[in-house]
Ligand binder design. Structure first.
Ligand code: NDP
Ligand code: GO6
Length: 312
């Protein structure tokens, strides 16, 4: 069986890097977009060189050159976008729409995974401002994809460990707290925690799977569906130390919105829906979706306990 050719756009980014590695590991001919705009960004350039060394092919292309994007996507069967998230308003939306345009014009792409990888935006119609912008934008991209009749898979990757596990879901830090931990409300709503490499592995598994064609793939590894209190408890057992718990009411939590910078406000909204509302787990998956751990039970996903060992 000839393996599908995969192009990763945003391949030097946080999740993009993992997608490139996972694609290479699965034996797909793997292509990475090389943007001239990276200029003298030596770190990005070295990452690209390293991918090339491991067998990836670099394709030059720029978002300010439509033809170059069309030519790039024509070379592959599958396009995965891992473009940056919410940190620069609506910029990402324009770029993603340009990519959709190029894929539409090429007309040869068999599967497109847009840059989602988080909370399912289709379930966030009620989300608070300004965090909802990120969901609204992802829905606009979906609409463009579906109108262009591009075959797709949307990946709901839930909470990436780097932002949600290591810090016990404390905002503004990537490290575990040493003395006290803020508990969001009663701390009992279930969230879902993922190792970033597992997000990539499940995503790559889905690209040539007819069961995920035009569906949302929900990453819900059963042992990583945990409340914030359970997350904290795993860390306390690992360290043998008990943290002081400080309960934060929803009002208190949301009061931080005032005067905060944009990215922080967006983050606050996201955390609010996850930890005060349970938005990642308060629904049943219907016809529109599939559960990754059911489709790919062979994936040995990283448990939260093992992920946390890195922080000891
Ligand atoms: P990054 O911030 O790491 O950026 C990814 C890539 O976006 C960059 O490497 C770059 O591509 C590209 N990019 C950035 N700016 C520009 C620009 N001006 N023009 C063209 N390309 C640009 O993204 P993340 O990996 O953090 O986010 C990817 C997705 O994952 C987003 O949809 C985000 O919402 C989601 N996410 C989910 C999380 C979760 O916990 N569920 C956590 C973090 C992100 P290049 O490699 O070509 O330089
Ligand atoms: C991660 C973050 C962490 C923000 C998603 C502010 C999209 C999603 C779970 O980019 O805003 O401290 O779903 O102070 O659909 C950011 C965003 C997390 C990182 C959320 C994300 C999650 C994006 C912070 C902070 C650790």
């Amino acid at each position: 069986m000839t393996k599908n050719r995969v192009l990763v756009v945003g391949g030097t980014g946080y999740i993009g890097k993992r997608l490139v590695k996972a694609s290479l590991a699965e034996g797909h001919p793997t292509y990475v977009l090389q943007r001239p705009e990276i200029g003298l960004d030596i770190d990005k350039f070295q990452i690209l060189l390293e991918f090339k060394r491991r067998g990836a092919r670099l394709i030059e292309g720029s978002f300010s050159d439509h033809r170059s994007l069309v030519e790039a996507v024509k070379q592959v069967d599958v396009v995965i976008s891992a473009m940056s998230g919410v940190h620069f308003r609506s910029h990402n939306l324009l770029l993603q729409l340009k990519l959709v345009d190029a894929i539409k014009e090429a007309g040869t792409v068999k599967r497109f995974l847009p840059s989602e990888f988080g909370t399912d935006p289709a379930r966030m119609g009620h989300a608070i401002e300004p965090g909802r912008v990120s969901f609204d934008e992802k829905m606009i991209v979906r609409k463009a994809i579906q109108e262009a009749k591009i075959p797709y898979t949307y990946v709901s990757g839930n909470c990436f460990g780097g932002y949600f596990i290591g810090n016990l879901s404390q905002m503004g830090t990537l490290l575990p707290p040493k003395h006290s931990v803020q508990i969001y409300g009663d701390g009992n709503f279930k969230a879902i925690f993922l190792d970033e490499d597992d997000v990539a592995t499940y995503s790559i598994k889905s690209i040539d799977d007819p069961r995920t064609l035009n569906k949302t793939l929900y990453l819900q590894p059963p042992e990583n569906i945990l409340s914030q209190r359970e997350l904290v408890e795993i860390w306390e057992k690992l360290t043998g130390r008990t943290l002081e718990k400080i309960t934060i009411s929803p009002e208190e939590f949301l009061s931080q919105l005032k005067g905060a910078e944009f990215a922080k406000q967006v983050g606050l909204g996201h955390f609010y829906h996850i930890f005060y509302e349970g938005c990642l787990t308060n629904f049943e998956i219907g016809e529109e979706g599939e559960k990754a751990s059911k489709l790919y039970p062979e994936v040995k996903y990283t448990r939260v306990h093992d992920y946390l060992k890195r922080y000891l």
